[in-house]
Design a protein around this ligand. Structure first.
Ligand code: 6PG
Length: 239
C-alpha cells in the first residue's frame, strides 16, 4: 500500500482535517458494517484531534453508539497517571463526549505487561475476530517508532501475536509498554499517521523518498495496511 502524504499549514489545520476524516470513516464503517472500531494513539500530537472529535460539529454527527475505542499502545502506568495514553484520551475525548465505559477497551497499563498484552489480545480476538480495526491512529517518534514498535525491537519480527509487551530504550520516560504489532496494524481498513514538528522531518523525508529503504531503519515505514494509509504532516515535519 503506497502511503498518501497530506501536508498541512500547521498542527491545528492538520487536527481539523484528520478529525473530519476520522468522523467520515466512522460513519462509513457504521453504515457498511454496523460498527466502527477505532484504535487511538498516545503521545501529544493527537490530543487536539481528540478535543475536536468531542466538540462542535463532530459531537452531533459522530456515530458514538456504534463506535468502540481501542489503543495502538500504552505505557505501563496506572490509568490516572500523567503518562497514561488512556488518561489523555479520556480527558480530551471519551470523557467530554460521554462515551459509556462498555465501549472503551483500554490496555491495562497498571498490570504486569505480559499479562496485560495477552488479555488485550484476547479482548481484540473476541470483539474483532478478523483483527480488522476500522480506523487506526498512529504517531511517529523522531527515532521512527510508531505505537510502541521501536527501532531494533524484537516485536518487529512478530508474525502471530497481535499484542506484545516491549521495553523502550532509556531515552523514553516510560520504558515498559504494551503495543499492537504489525500483523494486526496491517489488517486495518484505514490508518492515519500523524507527524508534526521539525523533529519528525528526517523520518517523514525518508518515508516519502523511499519507504522500502526507510523500513530498514524506521518501524513506522514498515506499516503496510490492507486498507488506506495516510500520512498527515505539518509543514515543519514536511520540511
Ligand atoms: C506513545 C505513542 C507513540 C507516539 C510517538 C509520537 O505511547 O508514546 O503511542 O508512538 O505516537 O511517540 O509522540 P508525539 O505525538 O508526542 O510526538
Amino acid at each position: 500500500m503506497t502511503p498518501t502524504f497530506l501536508v498541512f499549514e500547521d498542527h491545528e489545520a492538520l487536527s481539523r482535517e484528520v478529525a473530519a476524516r476520522v468522523a467520515s470513516a466512522a460513519r462509513e464503517s457504521v453504515a457498511g458494517r454496523g460498527r466502527c472500531a477505532i484504535a487511538l494513539s498516545g503521545g501529544a500530537t493527537p490530543q487536539r484531534l481528540h478535543q475536536l472529535l468531542a466538540s462542535g460539529e463532530h459531537r452531533e454527527s459522530f456515530p458514538w453508539p456504534d463506535v468502540s475505542w481501542w489503543w495502538s499502545d500504552e505505557r505501563c502506568v496506572s490509568p490516572d497517571a500523567e503518562a497514561s495514553n488512556y488518561r489523555m484520551a479520556f480527558e480530551a475525548l471519551l470523557g467530554p463526549a460521554g462515551v459509556p465505559p462498555e465501549r472503551v477497551h483500554r490496555i491495562e497499563g497498571e498490570r504486569p505487561p505480559e499479562l496485560a498484552a495477552r488479555e488485550y489480545e484476547a479482548a481484540l480476538r473476541r470483539e474483532i475476530p478478523d483483527g480488522a480495526l476500522d480506523v487506526v491512529l498512529l504517531g511517529a517518534g523522531a527515532d521512527g517508532h510508531t505505537a510502541s514498535l521501536f527501532p531494533g525491537s524484537t516485536a518487529l519480527a512478530e508474525r502471530e501475536r497481535w499484542v506484545v509487551a516491549v521495553e523502550a530504550d532509556a531515552s523514553h520516560p516510560v520504558r515498559e509498554r504494551v503495543t499492537l504489532t504489525l500483523p494486526v496494524l496491517d489488517r486495518a481498513r484505514e490508518v492515519f499517521v500523524l507527524a508534526t514538528g521539525a523533529a519528525k522531518r528526517a523520518v517523514v523525508r525518508a518515508v516519502r523518498e523511499d519507504a522500502a529503504a526507510a523500513a530498514q531503519r524506521y518501524p513506522v515505514a514498515r506499516l503496510s495496511p490492507l486498507g488506506r494509509l495516510t500520512w498527515c504532516v505539518d509543514r515543519a515535519a514536511a520540511g
